[in-house]
Structure formats: structure tokens, C-alpha cells
Design a protein around this ligand. Sequence first.
Ligand code: IMP
Ligand code: MG
Length: 185
Amino acid sequence: MTRPDDIQLDPLLSAEQIERRVGELAGEIAAVYGDAPVVLVPILSGSLIFVSDLVRKLPMDMVIELCGLSSYRDGETPGQLRWTLGPPRNLDGRHVLVVDDIVDTGATLGRVVDTIARQQPASVRTCTLLLRTGADRSDPVADTEVDFEGFRIGRGFVVGYGLDYDGRFRNRPGISVVRRDEDET
Ligand code: IMP
Ligand code: MG
């Protein structure tokens, strides 16, 4: 069992880098939707900080429908997916944009998109701040496409800017990679 004190954080993305990229992402999103009203569906809790920065840079008319889907991670190990809020409803005929913090296996985003797609939306697109490359996307619903991505990252569990390790570190302004002392072999 790792004690909190054994955790080291190695900086990966600064608050300034994130802010710049979120601005660019908003531009990419606005270019696709134009003036069309959008239903934004953030997946809590990880996307909390990202989505709050993103929406203030988006000009179109929107409503925000929060949902929560948690994989009940024990630290870094993913478990069963469970709705903690939602699922989102009444999306027929709407343009829906799902927003998450990080796509790892794609199971979480895939489940949300699947749930929305059954409701005959006008469109459903996806946006993630981080996309882990080389991840095991073996889940059946995990071939979900990401339409808007902030940064590609490699292996290593990351925290900050809304992302947590056992609930901690969400409030850090930048993103860091977690290193535990036992990782050093
Ligand atoms: P997926 O279902 O495997 O794609 O995992 C996505 C979810 O797991 C994200 O919404 C995050 O909440 C969480 N997650 C995955 N990787 C990390 C990480 O490196 N740090 C923090 N949370 C993560
Ligand atoms: Mg999440």
C-alpha cells in the first residue's frame, strides 16, 4: 500500500500550456458548430476544471447537462463503470458534445456516447483534454472516435487540472505525472 507521502509529481503540462491549448480547442469547436446550439455533456468529476474553462471560450448558445460515470478506480486500476449522475436524457434532435478529461481505454467515453446515440441526437461529438496513446482500447464500445483532443500523452498516471489520484490533486493548476517511490527500480 502506497502512502500519500510516497507520491512524487513530475510536471508534464503547465497551466499556461493548458490555457493556450484550451483556447485553440474552443476555436476548433466553434468552427465546426458555427451558430448551432449545442448540448454540452461533461463527464464528472474529472472534466470539471477543463469544461469550466472551455465553455467560457465558446460563443454558441448552449445548455450544460452534467453526467457522472465513474470507473471506481482504486488509485490507478480501473473497475466497473457506474453512473454517479445521469445518464443524460432528452437529446433527440440536439447537437451533443461530450467532454471528458482523459481518454485512456475509451470505455468511459464509449459508454456515454452509446447512451446518447440511442436517443436520436442530430449529432454527437466528443472532446477530451488528454488522449493516452498506446492505451489498450479493447473494450467493445471503446472504438469511439475523439473529435477534439487537447494533448496526446503517453503512459503514466496524471493528476491536476481536475484529474485525481484517489480524489486528490484535482485543484493543481498544471498537470503532472504521478511517480511513486516504488516505481523506481
Ligand atoms: P477510460 O474509461 O479507460 O478511457 O478511462 C477514462 C477515465 O478514467 C477518465 O474519465 C478519468 O476519470 C480516469 N482516468 C484515466 N486515466 C487517468 C489518469 O491518468 N489520471 C486520472 N484519471 C484517469
Ligand atoms: Mg472521468
